[in-house]
Design a protein around this ligand. Structure first.
Ligand code: PLP
Length: 239
């Protein structure tokens, strides 16, 4: 196996944690006067084996996020047969040589951040005869090591992807710097989305989805708050 799965948590615990997260999202929606139907929970299932996700399927969870194409390929095709209404999001960095596999497997690719990859994705869509949804990843903290377009180039990049290349750009996505308060990054992402004329905002993880909902998130990507802590994530080789 190319990836080491995290230990499968107790199913009752998973169910309880999912209920808690759903409750917190509903409360946040109410508190911030947001339409709850406009906030989508992406359950981040990376490193967990399919059996760990059973309780989530049972509870009606259908939107999932994975960060590696190869890991997802080993896990999801069989689950798609069982749950045809799944919506799979790629939330990790994408290499050109995996673009066609990604288009084949994922409904939504959240990490578009280079013109070259945007063109390769469009080509793969045309070849496979499908249309997917995409988010542009913005490196809101201007971190040198992090994926994403800079805030300064985000609006022009969205326009190029949408108007010249022809991708369906649903919104923007960000992962704020781990050591900073998230709110200013979420606010910046929202402002850039308004300028670019896209409505989707994928922002907020286990530790900060409440703040993200306050600031307009359409998609929150929540992993450990639902499935517990992940094992051996760092030991996974890069693709
Ligand atoms: C792993 C991951 C998440 C989920 O993180 P948690 O803190 O476990 O909720 C969200 N977004 C991205 C891009 C991730 O890689």
């Amino acid at each position: 196996m190319a990836w080491a799965p995290s230990p499968t948590p107790d199913p009752d615990e998973t169910i309880a944690r999912l209920a808690k997260v759903r409750g917190e999202i509903a409360e946040a929606a109410q508190r911030y006067e947001r339409d709850p139907a406009a906030i989508h929970l992406v359950a981040v299932s990376k490193t967990f084996a399919a059996e760990a996700l059973e309780p989530l399927f049972q509870q009606g969870q259908r939107v999932f996020g994975e960060n590696r194409v190869q890991e997802a390929q080993g896990k999801w095709p069989v689950l798609r047969e069982l749950y045809p209404d799944l919506e799979l999001h790629l939330i990790g960095p994408l290499q050109s040589n995996k673009a066609e596999d990604a288009i084949a497997l994922f409904d939504v690719i959240e990490t578009v951040d280079r013109i070259k990859i945007a063109k390769v994705l469009k080509k793969a869509e045309d070849k496979l005869g499908v249309k997917r949804s995409f988010f542009v990843q913005v490196n809101t903290g201007d971190e040198t090591q992090k994926a994403g377009v800079t805030p300064a180039e985000a609006v022009a990049f969205v326009r190029a992807c949408r108007d010249e290349i022809g991708l369906n750009i649903a919104g923007l996505m960000c992962i704020p710097p781990a050591d900073e308060v998230a709110a200013p990054h979420f606010a910046l992402l929202r402002q850039l989305a308004e300028e670019a004329g896209v409505s989707g905002l994928s922002m907020g993880m286990s530790g900060d989805f409440d703040t993200a909902i306050m600031l307009g998130a359409s998609h929150v990507r929540v992993g450990s708050a639902i499935l517990g802590s992940r094992a051996a994530e760092q030991s996974q080789p890069p693709e």
